[in-house]
Write a protein that binds this ligand. Sequence first.
Ligand SMILES: *[C@@H]1O[C@H](CO)[C@@H](O)[C@H](O)[C@H]1NC(C)=O
Length: 207
Amino acid sequence: MLHILFLFSLLFSAARGSVQDFCVADLTAPEGPAGYSCKKPAKVTVNDFVYSLSAAGNTSNIIKAAVTPAFAAQFPGLNGLGISMARLDLAPGGVVPMHTHPGATELLLVVQGTITTAFIDSASSVYLKTLKKGDIMVYPQGLLHFQVNAGGIPAIAFVSFSSSNPGLQILDFALFANSLPTPLVEKTTFLDEAQVKKLKAVLGGSG
Ligand SMILES: *[C@@H]1O[C@H](CO)[C@@H](O)[C@H](O)[C@H]1NC(C)=O
């Protein structure tokens, strides 16, 4: 029995010695596939582990919405910990257009106003709900989803992600804010030339 305990304590001390408690992002070096490299422990302070999402984002834009990220690039302490957050501000009439986070499942908590939201699965089934203050919804990793302000007042939500770098691809931007030639966009979206040119103009695409 003592023998086994001794073996366990050896194993634990070996494990403790080989595992770092954290890896605060060194933002002076480029990000790799596994995240940022680690800041020297002597240079790490408590402020690397604290961030504020108290400020409202600027919703004076075409979508009347703002997403304020707290990802590894803004919040170095969560580098490598597999978690992150963001604040979502939706002015009346605001929308976060159809988008996906390729790298993370998302949880959304409404703290003000009402938000109509849905995700669409691989079989094109729609999961649609209007959320009120205190409601939470989960969006499975990689699936397309959107948020629309469903009320007459600004809506606020906080979202958390199962990755410190969830990624973001907005469908309309991917389709129309690029330089892909219009005939190919028509071909691949089944839209006509006038519609494609209009959307490219609105969203800043060319071609
Ligand atoms: C919000 O964004 C708009 C458009 O870019 C800009 O004109 C305005 O000054 C910004 N407001 C604040 C408070 O930053």
